[in-house]
Design a protein around this ligand. Structure first.
Ligand code: MN
Length: 388
């Protein structure tokens, strides 16, 4: 993939790969009002597998028979990606996961004072013991186990360390920190990950929420600080304001860090549209990477430059993510861009004709739809009374 980003990105280059486990089918499905059918889950999982993610968190099977069956359907696909699912630190939850035939589980448990007091009504020692027993049970059935500390970003280092030490001793394969309310900022994330990195020689992962619009920044900072795995979701789908967007983190790793993830990023647009359609949540027009405007230009100055060299106003080629460049013509257009575009489509116009076209564009009604790539020739022919 060709890209042209800031050279300052590469002053301290880190090209270490990071594992990605996608949570579109779990946290994404916990978005109020979102419910994927079994067939939709399988279709999304296949597309995620085609992209190349390491693991797919397919759901929370204990919730209902329906959820268990949906996770089982994804697990039965025999994808290259591992299929994992969410469990509380309860044997009942782990049994449901095992019946679904997953490769691994994420056991989540909060040990922040707030959650211990108001949600779990228990103390640290009891919670830690519960986590240990759950890990023992799951490991005795031979599955991968990640122990995730819910609300980790509001948990004291003492409580976190107690939980993680126990988890590691009982054989957990990975320790996860969840920024459950999306309340940490990058500086805090760096401190936390570096601190844990120093104390635990075991895989660490991060799951970030976007309540302050910082989920992607926090995920990338966690990567810089030495995290091994990131939990992401397509379109940033997830509870409340969502999770860190898979497409934004993947493309940042490629083009801002120079990390070759080996992913088939050209499916990102298709994946994003599929999740948008099945979830009923539209893609914002200016959404990074996959939004309709991500490679669309109208301003005269931009269009004229982009025709000569797209890197003037883009950082990478739209085809890299399955997008297309769109030049739009309207009131913001300039003569150089219009002339260049017409020339590229094999139409020559005189200066006088060009002036007529520009005048027609600039006097279009304010509420008229802008003219995209294809419509320009017809518009020009109409203005100049030519036969198209
Ligand atoms: Mn979450």
């Amino acid at each position: 993939m060709k890209y042209f980003t800031s050279p300052y990105n590469f002053i301290q280059q880190d090209t270490r790969k990071v594992k990605i486990y996608d949570t579109t089918l779990r946290d994404g499905e916990q978005t109020p009002g979102v419910k994927f059918s079994r067939e939709q889950k399988v279709a999304i999982a296949r597309k995620l597998d085609e992209l190349g993610v390491d693991s797919i968190e397919a759901g929370f099977p204990v919730i209902s028979e329906y959820d268990e069956a949906a996770v089982k359907a994804v697990a039965s696909e025999r994808l290259d990606a591992d299929v994992i699912c969410l469990c509380r630190a309860k044997q009942k939850d782990i049994d449901a996961a095992l019946r679904a035939g997953v490769d691994g589980i994420i056991v989540f448990l909060a040990v922040s004072d707030l959650h211990l007091k108001y949600k779990l009504h228990t103390d640290l020692a009891t919670s830690v013991a519960m986590a240990g027993d759950a890990i023992d049970y799951a490991k005795s059935h031979g599955v991968f186990v990640q122990l995730s500390a819910e609300d980790a970003t509001r948990t004291s280092i003492g409580n976190l360390t107690a939980l993680f030490n126990a988890a590691k001793e009982r054989g957990a394969d990975r320790l996860g920190i969840a920024d459950t309310t999306g309340c940490i900022r990058p500086q805090g994330m760096r401190y936390l990950v570096e601190k844990l990195r120093k104390n635990f020689d075991i895989e660490l992962s991060a799951h970030c929420h976007d309540d302050f619009g910082l989920a992607v920044a926090n995920s990338l900072t966690a990567y810089e600080a030495g995290i091994d795995a990131l939990s992401l979701s397509v379109n940033g789908l997830g509870e409340r304001c969502g999770n860190a967007s898979l497409e934004e983190v993947v493309m940042s790793l490629y083009a801002l860090y120079g990390v070759d993830m080996g992913y088939k990023t050209s499916v990102l647009k298709e994946l994003s549209e599929m999740v948008s359609k099945y979830s009923g949540i539209p893609i914002p027009i200016n959404k990074a990477i996959v939004g309709p405007n991500a490679f669309r230009h109208e301003s005269g100055i931009h269009v004229a430059a982009v025709i000569k060299c797209p890197f003037t106003y883009e950082s990478y080629e739209p085809q890299a993510v399955g997008q297309e460049r769109r030049l739009t013509f309207g009131r913001h257009s300039g003569s150089e861009g219009v002339r260049e575009k017409l020339k590229s489509m094999g139409m020559q116009v005189t200066d006088k004709e060009l002036a007529e076209v520009i005048k027609a564009l600039k006097t279009m009604p304010v509420d008229a739809s802008p003219i995209d790539n294809g419509g320009l020739l017809a518009f020009v022919n109409a203005v100049l009374n030519r036969k198209g």
